[in-house]
Design a protein around this ligand. Structure first.
Ligand SMILES: NC(=O)c1ccc[n+]([C@@H]2O[C@H](COP(=O)([O-])OP(=O)(O)OC[C@H]3O[C@@H](n4cnc5c(N)ncnc54)[C@H](OP(=O)(O)O)[C@@H]3O)[C@@H](O)[C@H]2O)c1
Length: 127
């Protein structure tokens, strides 16, 4: 429950409360994870974390559908494995390597209205 409240309900509360402050040509980024992809779940690992991100993806998708006339771009972002406190010391990318990749993806996504589920190479992640 704690993981789901933090990873799924928390971000959605923020999007619902303050998302309206984003300018019309702005973008709302929500940090999901590749592990939130049901389609890519081929190893059955980390299901509590992945399930919380899949829940976030579903909530965000419903939110986007309910606000379909809103032209602001929205991105569920799936960064690669990054050496943060959560990612741990064995992760492949440093924060300095990860941030530019994410920004490049977000800049490209900004011109496309609607919800996109993207990895840091700009590829669509299977839901
Ligand atoms: N690192 C990766 O490889 C990776 C991969 C895919 C997705 N992500 C996602 O990227 C996002 C950022 O993660 P990160 O890797 O940057 O992790 P991180 O360095 O461990 O940072 C996590 C952040 O979440 C905050 N936080 C934790 N529990 C919270 C709570 N209950 N309420 C409010 N804030 C809370 C922490 O705040 P405090 O500092 O105050 O504790 C911290 O700022 C997460 O959504 C994560 O799932 C990370």
């Amino acid at each position: 429950m704690r993981v789901r409240v933090t990873n799924a309900l928390g971000p959605m509360r923020a999007v619902e409360r303050i998302g309206g402050l984003v300018t019309e040509d702005g973008l709302i980024e929500v940090m999901s994870s590749g592990q939130g992809s049901i389609g890519n779940n081929t190893n059955g690992q980390r299901e509590l974390y992945g399930g919380s991100k899949a829940a976030l993806d579903m909530l965000m998708r419903s939110f986007a559908l309910r606000h379909a006339l809103d032209r602001r771009a929205r991105v569920l972002r799936a960064p690669r494995w990054v050496r943060t406190e959560r990612g741990g010391p064995d992760a492949r990318l440093s924060i300095a390597e990860s941030i530019p990749k994410g920004l490049k993806t977000l800049r490209a996504a900004r011109t496309r209205p609607g919800l996109q589920y993207l990895d840091d190479s700009g590829r669509t992640v299977p839901w």
